[in-house]
Design a protein around this ligand. Sequence first.
Ligand code: B12
Length: 220
Amino acid sequence: METSNLNSQLAQLVADLEEDAVLELVEKRISAGDDPLQIIDECNEGMREVGLRYENGEYFVAGLIMSGEIFREVVERIQPLLEQQAEGKLSGRVLVGTVSGDIHDIGKNMFGMLLSCHGFDVIDLGVDVLPSVFADKALEIKPDFVGLSGLITASFETMKETITALRQKSEEYGLSFPVIIGGGMIDDQIRQYVGADYWMPDAMAGVRLCQELLDKKHTA
Ligand code: B12
Protein backbone atom coordinates (compact mmCIF):
# COMPACT_ATOMS: atom_id res chain seq x y z
CA MET A 1 0.00 0.00 0.00
CA GLU A 2 2.74 2.48 0.87
CA THR A 3 4.58 2.32 -2.43
CA SER A 4 3.89 5.84 -3.66
CA ASN A 5 6.44 8.60 -3.57
CA LEU A 6 4.63 11.60 -2.16
CA ASN A 7 6.28 14.92 -1.49
CA SER A 8 5.48 15.21 2.19
CA GLN A 9 4.74 13.15 5.25
CA LEU A 10 1.32 14.78 5.51
CA ALA A 11 0.37 13.83 1.94
CA GLN A 12 1.56 10.29 2.65
CA LEU A 13 -0.54 10.01 5.81
CA VAL A 14 -3.65 11.31 4.02
CA ALA A 15 -3.06 8.84 1.17
CA ASP A 16 -2.76 6.03 3.71
CA LEU A 17 -6.00 7.21 5.40
CA GLU A 18 -4.20 7.53 8.75
CA GLU A 19 -6.83 9.82 10.27
CA ASP A 20 -5.39 10.20 13.79
CA ALA A 21 -1.84 10.71 12.57
CA VAL A 22 -3.01 13.29 9.97
CA LEU A 23 -4.86 15.32 12.59
CA GLU A 24 -1.98 15.09 15.06
CA LEU A 25 0.49 16.34 12.44
CA VAL A 26 -1.86 19.12 11.32
CA GLU A 27 -2.24 20.32 14.93
CA LYS A 28 1.54 20.26 15.32
CA ARG A 29 2.10 22.25 12.13
CA ILE A 30 -0.56 24.78 13.09
CA SER A 31 1.17 25.27 16.45
CA ALA A 32 4.50 25.68 14.66
CA GLY A 33 2.94 28.52 12.62
CA ASP A 34 3.00 26.78 9.22
CA ASP A 35 1.11 28.38 6.32
CA PRO A 36 -2.44 26.96 6.45
CA LEU A 37 -2.72 26.94 2.65
CA GLN A 38 0.47 24.89 2.41
CA ILE A 39 -1.07 22.35 4.81
CA ILE A 40 -4.18 22.16 2.62
CA ASP A 41 -2.08 21.74 -0.55
CA GLU A 42 -0.24 18.80 0.95
CA CYS A 43 -3.51 17.16 1.99
CA ASN A 44 -4.76 17.73 -1.53
CA GLU A 45 -1.82 15.79 -2.92
CA GLY A 46 -2.74 12.94 -0.59
CA MET A 47 -6.35 13.07 -1.86
CA ARG A 48 -5.16 12.76 -5.46
CA GLU A 49 -3.22 9.66 -4.45
CA VAL A 50 -6.37 8.25 -2.79
CA GLY A 51 -8.11 8.73 -6.15
CA LEU A 52 -5.32 6.86 -7.95
CA ARG A 53 -5.46 4.00 -5.46
CA TYR A 54 -9.20 3.84 -6.03
CA GLU A 55 -8.64 3.67 -9.79
CA ASN A 56 -6.08 0.88 -9.30
CA GLY A 57 -8.55 -1.12 -7.26
CA GLU A 58 -6.45 -0.75 -4.11
CA TYR A 59 -9.17 1.31 -2.39
CA PHE A 60 -12.95 1.10 -2.67
CA VAL A 61 -15.63 3.78 -2.26
CA ALA A 62 -15.19 3.47 1.52
CA GLY A 63 -11.64 4.79 1.01
CA LEU A 64 -12.96 7.81 -0.88
CA ILE A 65 -15.49 8.46 1.89
CA MET A 66 -12.81 8.14 4.55
CA SER A 67 -10.50 10.56 2.72
CA GLY A 68 -13.37 13.05 2.45
CA GLU A 69 -13.94 12.81 6.19
CA ILE A 70 -10.23 13.32 6.95
CA PHE A 71 -10.11 16.37 4.69
CA ARG A 72 -13.23 17.81 6.31
CA GLU A 73 -11.61 17.48 9.75
CA VAL A 74 -8.42 19.15 8.50
CA VAL A 75 -10.42 22.07 7.07
CA GLU A 76 -12.29 22.38 10.39
CA ARG A 77 -8.94 23.04 12.08
CA ILE A 78 -7.56 25.31 9.36
CA GLN A 79 -10.64 27.49 8.81
CA PRO A 80 -10.28 29.60 12.00
CA LEU A 81 -6.71 30.50 10.96
CA LEU A 82 -7.84 31.62 7.53
CA GLU A 83 -10.65 33.63 9.08
CA GLN A 84 -8.13 35.40 11.33
CA GLN A 85 -6.08 36.38 8.28
CA ALA A 86 -9.19 37.61 6.48
CA GLU A 87 -9.60 41.13 5.23
CA GLY A 88 -12.65 42.80 6.70
CA LYS A 89 -13.98 44.84 3.78
CA LEU A 90 -16.83 43.35 1.79
CA SER A 91 -16.16 43.07 -1.92
CA GLY A 92 -18.07 41.19 -4.59
CA ARG A 93 -20.77 38.56 -4.66
CA VAL A 94 -20.13 35.05 -5.98
CA LEU A 95 -22.63 32.29 -6.75
CA VAL A 96 -21.06 28.84 -6.33
CA GLY A 97 -22.16 25.24 -6.67
CA THR A 98 -21.27 21.77 -7.90
CA VAL A 99 -22.93 20.99 -11.20
CA SER A 100 -25.71 18.50 -11.80
CA GLY A 101 -24.82 14.80 -11.42
CA ASP A 102 -21.81 15.50 -9.21
CA ILE A 103 -21.82 15.34 -5.41
CA HIS A 104 -18.17 16.24 -4.68
CA ASP A 105 -18.11 19.38 -2.57
CA ILE A 106 -14.79 19.63 -0.75
CA GLY A 107 -13.08 21.81 -3.39
CA LYS A 108 -16.19 23.93 -3.88
CA ASN A 109 -16.49 24.46 -0.12
CA MET A 110 -12.84 25.42 0.03
CA PHE A 111 -13.33 28.01 -2.73
CA GLY A 112 -16.41 29.37 -0.91
CA MET A 113 -14.66 29.51 2.44
CA LEU A 114 -11.61 31.33 1.04
CA LEU A 115 -13.86 33.78 -0.79
CA SER A 116 -15.74 34.53 2.46
CA CYS A 117 -12.42 34.96 4.26
CA HIS A 118 -11.51 37.58 1.66
CA GLY A 119 -14.68 39.58 2.08
CA PHE A 120 -16.85 38.12 -0.67
CA ASP A 121 -20.52 37.46 -0.19
CA VAL A 122 -20.92 33.79 -1.16
CA ILE A 123 -24.17 32.16 -2.17
CA ASP A 124 -23.66 28.41 -2.23
CA LEU A 125 -26.25 26.29 -4.07
CA GLY A 126 -24.72 23.03 -2.82
CA VAL A 127 -24.12 19.96 -4.95
CA ASP A 128 -25.89 18.29 -7.89
CA VAL A 129 -27.33 21.64 -8.96
CA LEU A 130 -29.47 21.73 -12.10
CA PRO A 131 -28.54 24.23 -14.85
CA SER A 132 -31.91 25.99 -14.51
CA VAL A 133 -31.35 26.47 -10.77
CA PHE A 134 -28.00 28.17 -11.42
CA ALA A 135 -29.55 30.37 -14.12
CA ASP A 136 -32.57 31.38 -12.01
CA LYS A 137 -30.48 32.15 -8.94
CA ALA A 138 -28.00 34.20 -10.97
CA LEU A 139 -30.81 36.34 -12.34
CA GLU A 140 -32.23 36.79 -8.86
CA ILE A 141 -29.03 37.80 -7.04
CA LYS A 142 -26.93 39.18 -9.94
CA PRO A 143 -23.54 37.94 -8.75
CA ASP A 144 -20.24 39.40 -9.95
CA PHE A 145 -19.08 35.87 -10.78
CA VAL A 146 -20.41 32.35 -10.99
CA GLY A 147 -18.09 29.56 -9.79
CA LEU A 148 -18.84 26.04 -10.98
CA SER A 149 -17.18 22.96 -9.54
CA GLY A 150 -17.07 19.49 -11.07
CA LEU A 151 -14.85 16.49 -10.36
CA ILE A 152 -16.18 13.65 -12.47
CA THR A 153 -15.98 13.33 -16.25
CA ALA A 154 -19.77 13.45 -16.52
CA SER A 155 -19.74 16.93 -14.98
CA PHE A 156 -18.12 18.43 -18.09
CA GLU A 157 -21.35 17.94 -20.02
CA THR A 158 -23.50 19.40 -17.25
CA MET A 159 -21.09 22.33 -16.87
CA LYS A 160 -21.58 23.05 -20.55
CA GLU A 161 -25.37 22.86 -20.14
CA THR A 162 -25.18 25.11 -17.08
CA ILE A 163 -23.14 27.74 -18.89
CA THR A 164 -25.50 27.64 -21.88
CA ALA A 165 -28.51 28.07 -19.59
CA LEU A 166 -26.81 30.92 -17.70
CA ARG A 167 -25.89 32.75 -20.91
CA GLN A 168 -29.34 32.31 -22.46
CA LYS A 169 -31.17 33.59 -19.40
CA SER A 170 -28.81 36.46 -18.69
CA GLU A 171 -28.78 37.69 -22.30
CA GLU A 172 -32.57 37.90 -22.24
CA TYR A 173 -32.15 40.52 -19.51
CA GLY A 174 -29.07 42.20 -20.99
CA LEU A 175 -26.83 40.86 -18.23
CA SER A 176 -23.69 38.75 -18.18
CA PHE A 177 -22.01 36.77 -15.42
CA PRO A 178 -18.39 35.71 -15.87
CA VAL A 179 -18.08 31.99 -15.19
CA ILE A 180 -15.07 30.47 -13.42
CA ILE A 181 -14.72 26.72 -13.28
CA GLY A 182 -12.59 24.39 -11.17
CA GLY A 183 -12.19 20.78 -10.11
CA GLY A 184 -9.47 18.14 -10.12
CA MET A 185 -9.61 17.04 -13.76
CA ILE A 186 -10.36 20.37 -15.37
CA ASP A 187 -7.85 22.13 -17.61
CA ASP A 188 -7.94 24.82 -20.26
CA GLN A 189 -9.14 22.39 -22.92
CA ILE A 190 -12.18 21.55 -20.79
CA ARG A 191 -12.72 25.26 -20.19
CA GLN A 192 -12.90 25.81 -23.93
CA TYR A 193 -15.19 22.82 -24.37
CA VAL A 194 -17.70 23.92 -21.73
CA GLY A 195 -17.47 27.59 -22.73
CA ALA A 196 -16.40 29.01 -19.37
CA ASP A 197 -14.62 32.36 -19.16
CA TYR A 198 -11.93 31.18 -16.76
CA TRP A 199 -10.49 28.03 -15.26
CA MET A 200 -8.45 28.08 -12.07
CA PRO A 201 -6.42 25.12 -10.81
CA ASP A 202 -6.93 25.84 -7.14
CA ALA A 203 -9.31 27.64 -4.85
CA MET A 204 -6.93 30.41 -3.76
CA ALA A 205 -6.03 31.18 -7.38
CA GLY A 206 -9.78 31.47 -7.97
CA VAL A 207 -10.09 34.01 -5.15
CA ARG A 208 -7.17 36.05 -6.55
CA LEU A 209 -8.80 36.04 -9.99
CA CYS A 210 -12.09 37.32 -8.52
CA GLN A 211 -10.19 40.09 -6.71
CA GLU A 212 -8.32 41.09 -9.89
CA LEU A 213 -11.44 41.09 -12.07
CA LEU A 214 -13.34 43.10 -9.50
CA ASP A 215 -10.55 45.67 -9.25
CA LYS A 216 -10.57 46.03 -13.05
CA LYS A 217 -14.36 46.39 -13.04
CA HIS A 218 -14.19 49.15 -10.44
CA THR A 219 -11.40 51.06 -12.18
CA ALA A 220 -12.93 50.67 -15.67
C1 B12 B 1 -13.21 12.35 -1.69
C2 B12 B 1 -13.72 11.79 -3.00
C3 B12 B 1 -15.05 11.37 -3.05
C4 B12 B 1 -16.04 11.61 -1.90
C5 B12 B 1 -16.45 13.10 -1.95
C6 B12 B 1 -16.85 13.66 -0.61
C7 B12 B 1 -17.22 15.10 -0.72
N1 B12 B 1 -17.96 15.54 0.28
O1 B12 B 1 -16.89 15.82 -1.66
C8 B12 B 1 -17.21 10.63 -2.27
C9 B12 B 1 -17.00 9.33 -1.51
C10 B12 B 1 -18.63 11.14 -2.02
C11 B12 B 1 -16.92 10.37 -3.76
C12 B12 B 1 -17.88 9.82 -4.60
C13 B12 B 1 -17.59 9.42 -5.89
N2 B12 B 1 -16.43 9.51 -6.53
CO1 B12 B 1 -14.95 10.52 -5.84
N3 B12 B 1 -13.25 11.20 -5.28
C14 B12 B 1 -12.87 11.71 -4.15
C15 B12 B 1 -11.36 12.09 -4.24
C16 B12 B 1 -10.53 10.97 -3.59
C17 B12 B 1 -10.95 13.41 -3.63
C18 B12 B 1 -11.75 14.64 -4.12
C19 B12 B 1 -11.44 15.82 -3.23
O2 B12 B 1 -12.25 16.23 -2.43
N4 B12 B 1 -10.20 16.35 -3.34
C20 B12 B 1 -9.74 17.48 -2.52
C21 B12 B 1 -10.32 18.80 -3.08
C22 B12 B 1 -9.81 19.99 -2.23
O3 B12 B 1 -9.83 18.92 -4.40
P1 B12 B 1 -10.74 19.48 -5.61
O4 B12 B 1 -12.16 19.19 -5.40
O5 B12 B 1 -10.10 19.11 -6.87
O6 B12 B 1 -10.62 21.04 -5.40
C23 B12 B 1 -9.43 21.78 -5.58
C24 B12 B 1 -9.34 22.42 -6.97
O7 B12 B 1 -9.78 21.56 -7.98
C25 B12 B 1 -10.13 23.68 -6.81
N5 B12 B 1 -11.57 23.72 -7.11
C26 B12 B 1 -12.53 22.79 -7.01
N6 B12 B 1 -13.70 23.29 -7.43
C27 B12 B 1 -13.50 24.56 -7.79
C28 B12 B 1 -14.35 25.53 -8.30
C29 B12 B 1 -13.84 26.78 -8.64
C30 B12 B 1 -14.75 27.80 -9.21
C31 B12 B 1 -12.46 27.07 -8.42
C32 B12 B 1 -11.91 28.41 -8.75
C33 B12 B 1 -11.61 26.09 -7.90
C34 B12 B 1 -12.13 24.86 -7.59
O8 B12 B 1 -9.95 24.05 -5.45
C35 B12 B 1 -9.56 22.95 -4.64
C36 B12 B 1 -8.24 23.18 -3.92
O9 B12 B 1 -7.67 24.37 -4.04
C37 B12 B 1 -11.19 12.16 -5.81
C38 B12 B 1 -9.77 11.98 -6.32
C39 B12 B 1 -9.26 13.20 -7.07
N7 B12 B 1 -8.19 13.00 -7.78
O10 B12 B 1 -9.84 14.24 -7.04
C40 B12 B 1 -12.19 11.07 -6.26
C41 B12 B 1 -12.78 11.14 -7.68
C42 B12 B 1 -13.13 12.55 -8.08
N8 B12 B 1 -14.05 10.33 -7.53
C43 B12 B 1 -14.26 9.57 -8.50
C44 B12 B 1 -15.37 8.70 -8.60
C45 B12 B 1 -15.37 7.71 -9.75
C46 B12 B 1 -16.42 8.75 -7.66
C47 B12 B 1 -17.74 7.95 -7.71
C48 B12 B 1 -18.36 7.77 -9.11
C49 B12 B 1 -17.46 6.60 -7.03
C50 B12 B 1 -18.63 5.62 -7.03
N9 B12 B 1 -18.43 4.50 -7.70
O11 B12 B 1 -19.64 5.87 -6.44
C51 B12 B 1 -18.62 8.81 -6.78
C52 B12 B 1 -19.29 9.94 -7.60
C53 B12 B 1 -20.63 10.27 -7.15
C54 B12 B 1 -21.14 11.51 -7.91
N10 B12 B 1 -22.18 11.34 -8.70
O12 B12 B 1 -20.60 12.60 -7.78
C55 B12 B 1 -13.21 9.70 -9.60
C56 B12 B 1 -13.74 10.44 -10.84
C57 B12 B 1 -13.23 9.79 -12.11
C58 B12 B 1 -13.90 10.28 -13.35
N11 B12 B 1 -13.13 10.22 -14.42
O13 B12 B 1 -15.04 10.68 -13.41
C59 B12 B 1 -12.01 10.35 -8.83
C60 B12 B 1 -11.12 11.25 -9.70
C61 B12 B 1 -11.18 9.18 -8.24
C62 B12 B 1 -10.48 8.39 -9.30
N12 B12 B 1 -9.22 8.71 -9.60
O14 B12 B 1 -11.04 7.47 -9.86
N13 B12 B 1 -15.70 10.71 -4.09
